[in-house]
Design a protein around this ligand. Structure first.
Ligand code: EPZ
Length: 420
């Protein structure tokens, strides 16, 4: 199992390109099942999770070719199998996103029930209740969700009592081919949900209220194939901005957008970062200054994103002052603090709140990644530590950060993958 060796050093300084968004690419790949014709998806990130989703579609018989620069061509008309098998779903929970489109297009879907993960139990009750409201019959049998619809799904008025990104995505993908109108109340507003909706509108779907918490979908008979480019990854963008802030450095990020991570940018300014923007780029410069500790509380978009919490926890660990970080989305997403404390961080945990008193510098230690964003926080911590930090279980990080060694090295960081 590979490990990452991070050399503690000075400020990051450089320029890199941001990849396509993992959390937009995955639902968009799933929605290609809805198209009555070939689709091509551009700006696809080369990540393990994308590879898994492509493997899942391929094992269902979907025609897939990978073109230049990871432009993926997909033809769902070739589909032969209506089952998403356990061995793929267990490696990537987002496989559940094929449930809605399969049911809408083919009237049947058998998807292995996604388990929980390190950050929480990750239930899918809202996905299933919404599909039942649209007329599906759903049973869970031997670890599989077995969903069927007798003819087309029917439009329904659905209130989601928790803001769920995946639940919103699954239900809007089911609604676009349903008979009649579907109203999704308390829908997630994340930019990745917007990207998915815009892709389906390009395929001929009728969706109003995109970007708001109420989506109104008028079902159509058929969606056509088209080309669509995935949006930039706002979490990868935020991760490298925080790494530059924590190391008192400067970074310029290309092929990204500032309008999709405003809550993060405001927190970075509060930490003392000087930010500048242009067409498709963001620059952060700490002017060599130590970051100030910032309080934060995660919540659904447009509030501060839970996927950026671990990275800011690492920055607060070396910041000036004391701050609190409150995680309100997942019940176990502060687990990385135990590894940060092994590196000399001063963090105490009270329920879903971490109280962090910054230290001048961390100390390298062998640490273990527990989930994707916790891995990123350990890389940031390693860059701010005396000595070399060895991070174990880095398969987590390969799921969501394209070419992380190359990008960190381009910024002047010392990072090396060690095969053991
Ligand atoms: C998506 O996960 C993202 N993953 C996550 O990113 C992200 O952290 C999360 O949204 C929140 O923004 C992808 O898009 C592939 P949720 P998802 O359903 O859809 C509860 C990363 O690091 N809930 O919005 O699984 C749930 O328990 C990953 O890139 C129910 O109770 O998250 C949680 O408390 C990690 N019932 C809350 O909603 C349901 O049926 C938000 O979860 C569904 C969810």
């Amino acid at each position: 199992m590979d490990k990452l060796l991070i050399g503690g050093g000075g400020p990051l300084d450089g320029e890199i390109r941001i990849s396509g968004a993992k959390n937009s690419a995955l639902p968009i790949l799933a929605c290609t099942l809805l198209a009555d014709g070939p689709m091509s998806i551009g700006n696809m990130p080369h990540l393990n999770d994308v590879t898994t989703m492509l493997a899942l579609l391929r094992c269902m018989g979907v025609g897939i070719t990978i073109g230049e620069k990871m432009c993926v061509e997909i033809d769902a008309n070739a589909l032969t199998e209506l089952t998403a098998p356990y061995e793929l779903v267990r490696t990537m929970r987002a496989s559940i996103l094929v449930l809605g489109p399969m049911l809408a297009r083919f009237g049947e879907a058998n998807v292995s029930f996604p388990g929980g993960c390190a950050i929480g139990s990750r239930p899918v009750d809202i996905h299933l209740r919404g599909l039942e409201a649209m007329g599906a019959t759903i049973e869970v049998d031997e670890g599989y969700i077995r969903a069927k619809s007798d003819g087309r799904l029917k439009g329904a008025h659905i209130f989601m009592d928790v803001v769920t990104v995946g639940g919103t995505e699954n239900l809007v993908m089911a609604a676009v081919l349903a008979e009649g109108q579907t109203i999704l109340e308390n829908a997630a507003r994340e930019p990745e949900v917007v990207d998915l909706c815009q892709c389906m509108v390009a395929m001929g779907a009728k969706i109003e209220g995109i970007g708001t918490s109420t989506l109104v979908v008028t079902g159509v008979e058929k969606l056509i194939g088209c080309h669509y480019d995935v949006m930039p990854d706002r979490i990868e963008t935020g991760t490298y901005l925080v790494a530059a802030a924590a190391t008192r450095g400067r970074v310029r990020l290309k092929d990204t957008r500032a309008d999709i991570l405003e809550a993060v940018l405001l927190k970075l300014e509060e930490a003392g970062a000087e930010l500048s923007y242009g067409e498709g780029w963001i620059e952060l410069d700490m002017k060599g200054k130590r970051p100030k500790a910032v309080n934060l509380r995660t919540a659904p978009y447009p509030a501060f994103p839970t996927d950026m919490q671990a990275q800011f926890t690492a920055m607060n660990a070396v910041a000036e002052g004391t701050a609190t970080v409150v995680e309100t989305i997942f019940e176990n997403r502060l687990i990385q603090i135990h590894e940060l404390n092994r590196m000399g961080a001063q963090i105490t945990l009270e329920g879903n709140t971490a109280i962090i008193t910054g230290v001048e510098r961390l100390n390298a230690a062998p640490v273990m990644a527990t989930d994707l964003r916790a891995s990123a926080s350990l890389v940031i911590a390693g860059l701010c530590a005396n000595g070399d930090t060895l991070i174990d279980r880095i398969y987590h990080i390969d799921r969501g950060y394209e070419c992380i060694e190359e990008k960190v090295q381009l910024l002047g960081g010392t990072i090396r993958r060690i095969a053991v």
